[in-house]
Ligand binder design. Structure first.
Ligand SMILES: Cc1cc2nc3c(=O)[nH]c(=O)nc-3n(C[C@H](O)[C@H](O)[C@H](O)COP(=O)(O)OP(=O)(O)OC[C@H]3O[C@@H](n4cnc5c(N)ncnc54)[C@H](O)[C@@H]3O)c2cc1C
Length: 297
């Protein structure tokens, strides 16, 4: 059987696999976020009511920053969604400036990113009103089940996965039932504060900020990532922003990072804590390693 969970690429995978019973109905909706230096005092997130009946949130981000998002822009193709547009930037800044005592300007933005929601097209003309729920389609192609996932949320992924298996039940010989509900995520621990203390106690010669950053990113897996490293020299190159060669090797081997941006922005957010020269230096180093990926000791 084939489970097509290719996200925004769901229809191209479906087409490559011979197409479904009916033409796939997907609406691509671009959403962008901007990151600015911490814009307000406090550890809380804020949900701001916007004048177009949407909400915009501000969330404390990576200690020193605030994340602002998001937008809803229907696009015809993925090419139209490579980066945030000027109007989206304006929209987000206007939305938060209605509430902030000190307004934010474009020059305050230190980073932005854009994603695409592959929503199931329910015929709605307003991208904000298209269902955010997931839709699963199943085809039997000569006895081979082909299931495609449209839409969805990170928050509902376990339920989605279990529903997918329910829909595939006719093709499955055995089914374990629903068991994911209480399953911890990799690296999750019941008491993070205690686990972070233990990590520091086991590695007294490693800088505290570095251990804290690794714990935030990897949870209990930070111990495995560090392996036999006891001193900063054991971590290999220091690229700045708390990123070391040891963590890069982990991102490549365990998390399939394939390019410098995967490491800087998608596996870690170390890019935010580095300057332009450090990011360029890392990208140059990473590209040279490409054919010779670093390995975990
Ligand atoms: C702007 C925005 C804001 C969002 N906000 C929220 C939110 O606040 N809360 C929430 O719960 N959810 C939110 N979501 C939704 C959430 O991000 C998605 O539901 C979730 O990421 C979907 O995960 P996925 O693994 O199904 O798909 P994806 O994360 O899109 O992964 C699809 C994968 O398939 C791979 N792929 C593509 N083609 C192929 C191929 N031919 N072969 C092999 N692999 C392939 C891609 O490389 C990719 O890794 C938001 C999404 C966006 C875009």
């Amino acid at each position: 059987m084939l489970v097509n969970a290719a996200g925004p690429w769901v229809t191209s995978v479906l087409d490559a696999a011979g197409g479904g019973r009916e033409p796939a109905r997907v609406q691509l909706v671009k959403g962008s976020h901007v990151v600015v230096p911490r814009a307000y005092v406090g550890d809380h997130a804020l949900i701001l009511q916007n004048s177009d009946r949407r909400i915009v949130f501000m969330i404390p981000y990576e200690q020193r920053f605030t994340l602002i998002g998001t937008t809803d822009v229907a696009v015809a193709s993925l090419d139209e969604a490579r980066a945030i547009g000027t109007e989206e930037t304006r929209y987000l800044l206007d939305a938060v400036n209605r509430y902030l005592a000190h307004p934010l300007f474009t020059r305050d933005i230190v980073w932005s990113y854009t994603g695409v929601r592959p929503l199931y097209d329910d015929g709605s003309n307003n991208p904000s009103e298209t269902t955010r729920d997931y839709t699963l389609t199943v085809d039997d192609r000569d006895g081979v089940a082909q299931l495609s996932v449209f839409g969805g949320k990170i928050t509902t992924y376990r339920r989605l996965a279990e529903t997918a298996l329910d829909r595939l039940q006719p093709w499955l010989r055995h089914r374990r039932g629903n068991w994911t509900h209480g399953e911890p995520l990799p690296g999750a621990v019941p008491d993070p504060a205690i686990a972070a203390d233990l990590l520091r106690a086991r590695r007294p010669a490693l800088p505290r900020p570095l251990l804290e950053a690794l714990f935030r990113r990897h949870g209990a897996l930070a111990d495995e990532l560090l392996g036999d490293a006891r001193s900063p020299a054991d971590l290999g190159r220091d690229f700045g922003g708390g990123l070391t060669e040891r963590e890069v090797a982990w991102c490549v081997e365990r998390e399939w990072a394939a390019c410098a941006d995967d490491v800087l922005w998608r596996r870690t957010k170390a890019g935010l804590h580095m300057n332009v020269a450090q990011r360029a230096g890392f990208a140059h180093w990473f590209d040279r390693q490409r054919h010779r990926p670093a390995t975990i000791a």
